[in-house]
Design a protein around this ligand. Structure first.
Ligand code: HPA
Length: 271
């Protein structure tokens, strides 16, 4: 595994001669930040040795190197989801490659279903913490000591300094935000009403099918993480005539995206 990670990182280093300071992973319908990047190099995932290939609608599948607010960044436009069938090792492979490229912080976005009853569709939620409800942990198996410790600490999965700064940025720009806990599970089914309720009882504010594996892998390597969820639909157990559709998720994500872009840009500027 480590040889594969290094081979991919070496390919990217040699081809781009570019040293990113920050990594960005953009979720469903949330790729708009890329427009703000002065792109220097871009790669279809299928052209990168050892990278899995993204298939889901709305996930473009490109790795982009460029300059954002004066900082060198590498952005994944589209991510690899467990529900697509990739083993966890592949879902998280790019994060490990980004570490080898030298990133000092990881920014993630996702579309999520709102569980917290005070949330509204289109809300932006700063992720304070997560609950891993995937059927496995991406770090299961032999530990790669070169990357991190066997039993990584998860008390600050999401970086408190970045969270504090993000709140300040949101306030300065009159952006309404929520904060809370993201529960990640395998999908691809959206939750049954009973499952939405279970997640609410467990203490989650939003639910989605990504982010948790990437953050676990990044924290293993000691990379500070910052995440934002866009609430694309509400989990309302009593309303059964208004099911959530994938199109709805994509449309709401696109509308909320500029606020997310602003926060990511300002945070990265201040790194
Ligand atoms: N559940 C799980 N994942 C999601 C949802 C949801 O309601 N909305 C967007 N991603």
């Amino acid at each position: 595994m480590i040889e594969k990670i290094k081979a991919t990182a070496d390919f990217l280093k040699e081809t781009t001669n570019f040293k990113p300071e920050a990594g960005i992973i953009l979720g469903s319908g949330l790729g708009g930040l890329v427009k703000a990047i002065d792109v220097k190099h871009e790669f279809e995932y299928s052209k990168i040795p050892n990278f899995p290939v993204s298939t889901v609608e709305g996930h473009h599948g490109k790795l982009i190197f460029g300059i954002l607010e004066g900082k060198n960044v590498v952005a994944m436009q589209g991510r690899f989801h467990y529900y697509e069938g990739y083993p966890m090792q592949e879902v998280t492979f790019p994060v490990r490659v980004l570490k080898m490229l030298g990133i000092k912080a990881l920014f993630l976005s996702n579309a999520a279903g709102g569980l917290n009853k005070s949330f509204e569709v289109g809300d932006l939620m700063i992720i304070k913490d997560h609950i891993n409800m995937f059927p496995e942990n991406p770090l299961r198996g032999e530990n790669i000591d070169e990357l991190g410790t066997r039993f990584p600490e998860m008390s600050e999965a999401y970086d408190t300094k970045l969270i504090a700064r993000a709140k300040q940025i949101a306030k300065e720009n009159n952006i309404k935000y929520q904060q809370g806990v993201y529960v990640g599970s395998a999908g691809p089914t959206l939750e049954t009403p009973a499952e939405y309720n279970m997640f609410r009882i467990l203490g989650a504010d939003v639910t989605g099918m990504s982010t948790v594996p990437e953050v676990i892998t990044a924290r293993h390597m000691n990379i500070p993480c910052f995440g934002i969820s866009i609430v694309t639909n509400l989990a309302e157990p009593d309303i059964t005539d208004k099911p959530t559709t994938h199109d709805e998720v994509q449309n709401v994500a696109e509308v909320a995206e500029p606020k997310l872009t602003l926060i990511f840009k300002e945070l990265i500027k201040g790194l």
